[in-house]
Design a binder for this molecule. Structure first.
Ligand SMILES: Cc1cc2nc3c(=O)[nH]c(=O)nc-3n(C[C@H](O)[C@H](O)[C@H](O)COP(=O)(O)OP(=O)(O)OC[C@H]3O[C@@H](n4cnc5c(N)ncnc54)[C@H](O)[C@@H]3O)c2cc1C
Length: 469
């Protein structure tokens, strides 16, 4: 690809070493190879950086960014590399800024229910730390034990508690950011409301690293409900399963999560975990509903209400599951990876009343493109993960081409129903061209104008979300 970017010269390397210290600037082949991809398994997308730097402070990040501007070298911010949209792949080479050293919870104020974190804090660590004080950090992607808060904010990660608590952006009070020109700025505030200026922290959340490097995050914590149940509603008819979430929400049950696993996903994951679950061998699908309350009687009432509702809407059985149900749900991607490391994680999102309309089209698409798919969904959010698996062993290029054709067919159908191609994984590099195709020219122009204003040299995570101009 021809661009205006310059290579990383010995002069740039020397300046980087000066900024962060010798041992935190790596150019050895093993390290560069480790950073050529994120969760992506298709080598079609792989690209090695020229150097990986490991800053320890916000000031060091700012120095790196200033250097990159001076020398016009591209930068790719990186957290844990669990992203599935090729967002952390340095497609124009240059510098990867790995934030794993900035991994401290700086403040956990239990009385006032907030935490201040560096971007490299493991999401699961924050959840566990909050729990010690009877509090909840409500961001909960299934990858919580391997992803980091900085990556969650950059991608506006969703996950399993979004029905009740929203996605990562709903947990944010304020952000400290190093802008693409190297200034350190704090945006937002620890406020319950604010009508003062533009809401820049929400613009940065979900911007996939193209508007700067997040270096500190102030997050909302919430009281942890002491009572909970996980109810599995078993279906033989998926149309009935897909209609249930809207009914649960309308009934005022206020669940924490509503998840779906289809027959193939259940059988694949049970086999992977060597686990046996009711009705799986019969070929049923699950809707898993978690309800949490502060009152035991309320919990009992809601459980009864939910069972009645499920039965009225076609569930053939309901059973209360222990926490193994979450192992099953969270290990699904690992089970898919075990079959095919190039698995494609679709992530489209539609209004709740359109779930059946889009899923009804999937069998036709599967047949048309000869795809084997397994499906799970954060169904309470209308966010559906259909995973085509390359179980016929196509080459990386052939698989890439097949998925491209599939996307060209699938995404216009999603948009026609008022949906979007990503509910939580982001656009990254992988879906960038389809994003341009499905988004209006006016909206794209606005995104480009914002990018140009923030990042005149376009060095910050170039080629992600939108193409380099
Ligand atoms: C098994 C599995 C389950 C998953 N389940 C979910 C799920 O339930 N919900 C969900 O939303 N996602 C899920 N994901 C996807 C992924 O975990 C999330 O997108 C997560 O937020 C990525 O975090 P990370 O720390 O790995 O970020 P990375 O992959 O390192 O980076 C993600 C993006 O953020 C940018 N970035 C990283 N750090 C910064 C920073 N400090 N400043 C600016 N930009 C930055 C990167 O450039 C990249 O574009 C799952 C992935 C796997 C492998």
């Amino acid at each position: 690809m021809q661009t205006h970017f310059n290579p990383v010269t010995p002069e740039v390397l020397a300046a980087l070493r000066q900024a962060v210290g010798d041992k935190y600037v790596k150019t050895d082949e093993d390290c560069l190879t480790a950073y050529q991809t994120d969760e992506e398994g298709n080598s079609h997308f792989f690209q090695k950086p020229e150097v990986v730097v490991f800053p320890g402070t916000t000031e060091e990040v700012a120095q790196i960014v200033k250097l990159a501007n001076t020398y016009v070298v591209p930068i790719t911010p990186r957290a844990a590399g669990t992203g599935v949209a090729c967002g952390a792949i340095p497609i124009y080479k240059g510098i990867v800024v790995e934030l794993e050293r900035m991994n401290k919870i700086l403040t956990l104020d239990a009385e006032n229910m907030y935490a201040v974190c560096q971007p490299g804090v493991l999401t699961g660590d924050l959840q566990r730390e909050a729990k010690k004080y009877g509090l909840l950090y409500a961001g909960d992607p299934s990858s919580s034990d391997s992803c980091q808060i900085g990556g969650n904010v950059a991608n506006n990660a969703g996950g399993n508690k979004a029905v009740r608590y929203g996605t990562t952006r709903h947990q944010i009070y304020s952000l400290q950011v190093v802008t693409p020109t190297g200034e350190i700025v704090t945006v937002g505030g620890r406020l319950q409301k604010c009508s003062s200026g533009l809401c820049l922290e929400q613009l940065i959340a979900g911007s996939e690293g193209i508007l700067g490097i997040i270096t500190e995050i102030t997050l909302r914590l919430r009281p942890l409900p002491p009572y909970a149940f996980n109810m599995v509603c078993v279906f033989t008819d998926d149309t009935a399963a897909f209609a249930l979430p809207n009914k649960i929400l309308k009934a005022g049950i206020n669940p924490t999560s509503i998840e779906y696993m289809d027959r193939e996903a259940l059988q694949m994951t049970c086999k992977f975990l060597d686990m046996s679950m009711p009705h799986v061998q019969e070929g049923c699908s699950y809707v898993i509903v978690t309800v949490e309350t502060f009152d035991e009687a309320e919990l009992d009432r809601k459980m009864e209400q939910l069972c009645d509702l499920a039965e009225q809407n076609g569930s053939i059985d309901e059973f209360e599951a222990d926490k193994r149900i979450w192992t099953l749900r969270k290990q699904f991607a690992e089970a898919a990876r075990n079959i095919d490391k190039m698995y494609q994680a679709e992530d489209f999102v539609v209004p709740l009343d359109k779930i059946s309309a889009i899923t009804a089209q999937l069998p036709e698409l599967r047949e048309k493109y000869d795809l084997y798919c397994v499906t799970v969904a954060h169904i309470g959010d209308g966010n559906i993960h259909v995973l085509p698996l390359n179980n016929k062993g196509l080459s990386p290029e052939a698989w890439f081409e097949k998925i491209k054709e599939f996307h060209r067919d699938l995404f216009p159908r999603v948009y026609a129903l008022g949906g979007k191609m990503s509910g939580e994984h982001g656009i990254g590099y992988k879906k960038r061209d389809e994003f341009a195709r499905c988004t209006s020219a006016e909206e794209l122009q606005l995104i480009r104008s914002i990018k140009r204003a923030w990042d005149p040299k376009q060095i910050m995570n170039p080629g992600k979300l939108i193409a380099v101009e």
